[in-house]
Design a binder for this molecule. Structure first.
Ligand code: SF4
Ligand code: FES
Length: 372
């Protein structure tokens, strides 16, 4: 088999520690403790290897990546290789001194997350009193320090009606880009699906707001929009295809083809502690398993979209069918597509209580243990 093209981006999940507890967090249900995290030297070596492999972008993520004291040193190493660097942060630990240090280190861009525009709702979703004021201050400092700013809003049934205000906030805070991302329902999002899944009417209204704003704000604000799979007829191209564009390193050094891959059974994900990144990318079973199209079942195997969406999301296929090798049920051609409609039908009139992200995982035996 020929070697795959180099990955475009590397997501460095520096830590699972985070002051917030969002119920749709993309981290796994079993969170890693600080004592198990990779040390600075290992991360620096990983970035050297990433540059040699041809990676162009490094995203510092978490948990909350600013909880790592060595973040400036890591950013500096990434910049020294000419790779583009992006900090994905909740902003609540940022201060001006840290921002200046990161600026000097060569960090290129900051993506700041908000849970809502209304303080009470935002702090209920994030589980951290006082967070909203700190985030607003962080946005101001980020601009003052001269960074390009993207705002990120994860949207769902409990904040979607305030979408127009989110776009206005993006303008007011001087963001060049705003990402409106519907919750993706695996991991914590799946645990909280009945608390978060919007109605079809909510989705249609939101999409209209985004489309109108894109026209109105052309040239002033770029709006990225990630829709929920549950009302789709075709799946998203998750991660741009398994093992095609991205490599994700967990806080303890496991290399994954996507942030949720540890939810899949039957994998032995290689660690950057023992294995070189190029070896992992080019030859590991974990990255080869669903790479390309050879693994695909029907209807994907003979479908004209197989090199467009790559059969959708492996983690969603597993979460909803118990088999990561099946067509993503988000696809209307999938024999399992009816599980999406069943989830929508089972959605109650009122949202359920949040199960907050926390070290130690979600409570056992809750309704979130979904059908396989
Ligand atoms: Fe994509 Fe497979 Fe559906 Fe075709 S059948 S649209 S390749 S998920
Ligand atoms: Fe893992 Fe989509 S989140 S493949």
């Amino acid at each position: 088999m020929t070697a795959p093209a180099a990955p475009l981006g590397l997501l460095a999940e520096l830590t699972h520690r985070c002051p917030l507890q969002c119920p749709y967090c993309s981290n796994p249900l079993e969170l890693e403790r600080a004592g198990n995290e990779l040390d600075t030297e290992t991360w620096l070596r990983v970035f050297d290897e990433a540059a040699a492999l041809g990676v162009l972008q490094v995203h510092f993520s978490g948990g909350e990546p600013t909880a790592r004291k060595d973040l400036p040193a890591l950013a500096e190493r990434v910049a020294s290789h000419g790779m583009y660097s992006n900090l994905i942060t909740s902003g609540v630990l940022l201060d001006r001194r840290m921002l200046d240090t990161l600026q000097t280190a060569g960090l290129d861009h900051i993506q700041l997350s908000f849970q809502d525009i209304e303080t009470e709702s935002a702090e209920r979703i994030g589980g951290l009193p006082g967070a909203q004021a700190r985030k607003l201050e962080a946005a101001r400092m980020i601009k003052e320090a001269g960074f390009p700013l993207t705002l990120n809003f994860v949207v769902h049934r409990q904040n979607l009606e305030r979408l127009p205000g989110m776009i206005e906030m993006g303008l007011e805070l001087g963001a060049g880009r705003i990402e409106i991302a519907h919750v993706q329902y695996y991991g914590w999002g799946l645990v909280n699906r009945d608390a978060l899944l919007p109605s079809r009417d909510q989705l249609i209204a939101a999409t209209e707001v985004v489309e109108a704003a894109r026209i109105r704000l052309k040239g002033r604000l770029v709006i990225d929009y990630v829709v929920p799979d549950y009302y789709a007829a075709r799946p998203k191209s998750c991660m741009g295809g398994w093992g095609r564009r991205f490599i994700n390193i967990t806080p303890v050094g496991k290399a994954l083809p996507c942030h949720a891959a540890e939810s899949l059974p039957g994998f032995d994900f290689p660690s950057v502690r023992e294995t070189a990144l190029a070896e992992i990318w080019n030859h590991s079973d974990a990255f080869e398993r669903y790479r390309g199209t050879d693994w695909m079942p029907e209807p994907c195997q003979s479908c004209e979209r197989r090199e467009i969406d790559w059969g959708g999301c492996r983690c969603q296929a597993f979460a909803l069918t118990g088999d990561a090798g099946r067509t993503d049920p988000a696809c209307a051609l999938s024999p399992d597509h009816d599980v999406m409609a069943a989830a929508v039908a089972a959605r109650g009139d009122l949202p359920t209580e949040f199960v907050y992200r926390r070290i130690g995982g979600a409570p056992v035996g809750e309704a979130w243990r979904h059908e396989s």
